[in-house]
Design a protein around this ligand. Structure first.
Ligand SMILES: Nc1ncnc2c1ncn2[C@@H]1O[C@H](COP(=O)(O)OP(=O)(O)O)[C@@H](O)[C@H]1O
Ligand code: SF4
Ligand SMILES: [Mg+2]
Length: 326
């Protein structure tokens, strides 16, 4: 492990997909840092590249994906792009764990919860009884009542909210350095969603673990995260700490997301507010700023070339000419 304080440091990551229409430029020059013991939120409309970004981190991209040569993904001081097969196996599920939108995708329906949890510990020199004990303790920690008895139950015997709790327990069992949650509460109703977020907040006190939390719910991001990354059409358009970003948003896209939200960040809503116009074609990108076709604030420079990333102050930056010219 390096001495750097970032568990994850993604630099200049660009990913394209080969398609019949040509190269689809799904991610362009992404920079992303996850500091130790911090929760970083990623927010953006469907199709903006959130899952492509996460799959890149674990090198689980579709076969038609091409990662640009300049891209660097440094995890605990090691370049994931340079890792061999066995290093990657050690990475997935052990050093980096995932929680998905649908808990059933992560659970095997025909194996009891206790057996699935014990299987995760296959590398550890523990007796069967000790593994069961660990599993029961983890279930109790995520709020599953009567945890010892419930080890013998199957996934369908739990409610949706309980299943997501089990997935969280499983993700934490390996003591990962990084936990990635890809829209973990989207399939749940608002009450259960609030409970899961509350649980995640509690757990972060007990487990020293950094987290990447993907959501299209601004309210959840504000509640849980330390830092936020706003993505639009394959680019990071703004990033900063939660407070700066929600109170001093600079990018017109972020501003529109917040303005559309009637109660601003306190209102928990299921979807991102709709902004008129549509996301640009990633096979045929506009020449200037990626947001210019929808931007109410565009002016002369916006159509000529894409803006760089400009510092707003501190760790807060935005990809917009207005910040440069302010
Ligand atoms: N294997 C693939 N081949 C072609 N295009 C893809 C592939 N996977 C994703 N895409 C495209 O890449 C873009 C980003 O998708 P994705 O990362 O799934 O976005 P999000 O998770 O934010 O909804 C979309 O335009 C999507 O259609
Ligand atoms: S660079 Fe121009 S078009 Fe792009 S977001 Fe800023 S003001 Fe709008
Ligand atoms: Mg996705």
């Amino acid at each position: 492990m390096s001495t750097s304080e970032n568990v994850l440091d993604v630099r200049d990551l660009s990913v394209s997909f080969n398609t019949a229409r040509g190269s689809l430029r799904a991610l362009r020059h992404i920079d992303l840092k996850v500091p130790q013991n911090k929760i970083v939120g990623i927010v953006g409309e469907s199709g903006c590249g959130k899952s492509t970004l996460i799959n890149s981190l674990l090198r689980l991209l579709a076969p038609n994906a091409v990662v640009d040569d300049n891209s660097e993904i440094i995890f605990e001081g090691e370049d994931v792009m340079e890792m061999g097969k066995s290093d990657l196996q050690g990475l997935r599920g052990q050093r980096i764990s995932m929680i998905f939108q649908d808990p059933m995708t992560a659970l095997n329906p025909v194996i009891s919860i206790g057996a699935q949890m014990s299987d995760i510990l296959y590398r550890q020199k523990l007796t069967k009884a000790q593994k069961r004990e660990r599993a029961a303790a983890m279930l109790a920690q995520v709020g599953i009542p009567d945890s010892v008895r419930r080890l013998d139950d199957y996934p369908h015997q739990f409610s949706g909210g309980m299943r997501q709790r089990i997935c969280i327990a499983m993700a934490l069992m390996m003591n990962p350095s990084l936990l990635i949650a890809d829209e973990p509460t989207t399939a749940l109703d608002v009450t259960l969603e609030a409970q899961i977020i509350h649980l995640m907040k509690e757990l972060r006190e007990d487990f020293e673990c950094s987290m990447l939390f993907v959501s299209h719910n601004l309210g959840l991001i504000a509640e849980l995260c330390d830092e936020v990354i706003v993505m639009y059409a394959g680019e990071v358009v703004e990033q900063g700490n939660v407070h700066d970003l929600f109170h001093r948003a600079q990018h017109p896209y972020t501003q529109m997301l917040l303005e559309c939200d009637p109660a601003r960040i306190s209102e928990t809503r299921k979807d991102l507010p709709t902004i008129s116009g549509s996301v640009p074609d990633l096979v045929d990108l506009p020449q200037g700023c990626i947001f210019s076709p929808r931007c109410p604030k565009r002016y002369e420079p916006c159509n000529e070339s894409p803006p760089g990333t400009f510092e707003v102050g501190g760790q807060h930056s935005a990809r917009c000419f207005k910040v440069r010219d302010a």
